[in-house]
Design a binder for this molecule. Sequence first.
Ligand SMILES: [Zn+2]
Length: 445
Amino acid sequence: MPIKVLLPVQRGAVKYIPMTFHLVASSAGNGRVTEEAVLQQVANINASYADQEAKFYIDRFNYFDNDAVYNTPGSAAARSQMKLRRAYYDPQDDWLVSRKGEINAVSSTLAHEAGHFFSLAHPFSGWDCHPYTLDEYTNPVNVDFTLPCEGGGGSSLIELHNRSNCNTAGDHVCDTPEDYNLGLLYQNDCDENTSIMDKNGEVIKPMTNNFMSYYRDCSTYEFTTTQKSLINTDFFTIKRAYIRTGVVPNTTPVVDPVAYVSPINGEESNGLSNILLDWEDTPGANKYLVIYDRFASFTFNPVKTIVTSSELLITDALTENVTYYWKVWPYNESMTGAGYSTAQNFRAVLGTGINDIREIDGYSLSPNPVRDHADATLTISSLKAFGAVIEITDASGHVLTSDHLQIAPGISQIPLQTNDIPAGIYFVILHSTSGRLVERLLILE
Ligand SMILES: [Zn+2]
């Protein structure tokens, strides 16, 4: 007879939980939750599950505009729209819907909903439609079963304080005590708010700060040992195989502030388009949320972009003589709570140089001034390909460096090394058969 081998449950294995955030707006494109709120939320839910060897991570953001999903997410029309936007089909509709007001750094709602996703019931199961009231249940409670919902269903055995029926009453979880859903009626404090007695005449003692209850305003929330075990079991069941992708997300902490390079400290942009925002790689980060705007409050007409390297080229034309503000939020898929680093500003001004190369319709030279022997970058926007020579000359016209280039159509970035050049005023000159681009470059120690 063959020996039956029982494989152990994967205890101790970290649960990596991918999440796609569908940022839904109305069909007109209004009302979408912000990326900032989602980043705070991911940090928040990871804190809530930190003691469970669980790591939620952002698989991707998806943006779509649909009135049905935005206004009535439970409707059939909304469900069919959601199914259209998923990479795979799952008959159980495994998405969570959250109000945008609940997506933030402090709300426990998503942790609660994720608990449902991983099989947990409310500790007050059976009391959903009729939370305890004196009128309906008396004190002590004098019935064995909760009142059914209008239209039937929802009635269940009432859990006793002595736990004698905890396996078959409420959520059937014995380390979550009896909960008669008072949290729904007294939402605004974490207090039990009760002298209510069960059928045995014992005062009930709900666990108000359980993630799966409805009590609000608790300073911290917890899952019980059995709830954690149920979450773990559910994650490793066959029905969750599709989220156990084998992908191990980046979990390196991202804590350092962004080290900005340019343009910073009120520098001038040297051109109104193709301005390169540049910063050093932030340890641990592989994504950056970048925002720029005319207002220091970032409320005028902010432009937000997520990039995977430590620079962003602004291709929009900026307004001359206006100060722009920009800041960067470094993160990776699971470490999202760093927040924005302090904003920098620069003034958008026309380049002081000349450009009569027909192929070039925009350029910038940054940083300028350049400090600490860093590289400067000449960024050009070209209408078509052309050959050119790039030079750096000193103020009296002596050529210090000279290189041949083949410029491709579109945006090109030409690095200019300054480490062998002493401090002073120089000119960057691009020659082509159709003309010259000349821009002044200031090199500081
Ligand atoms: Zn719930």
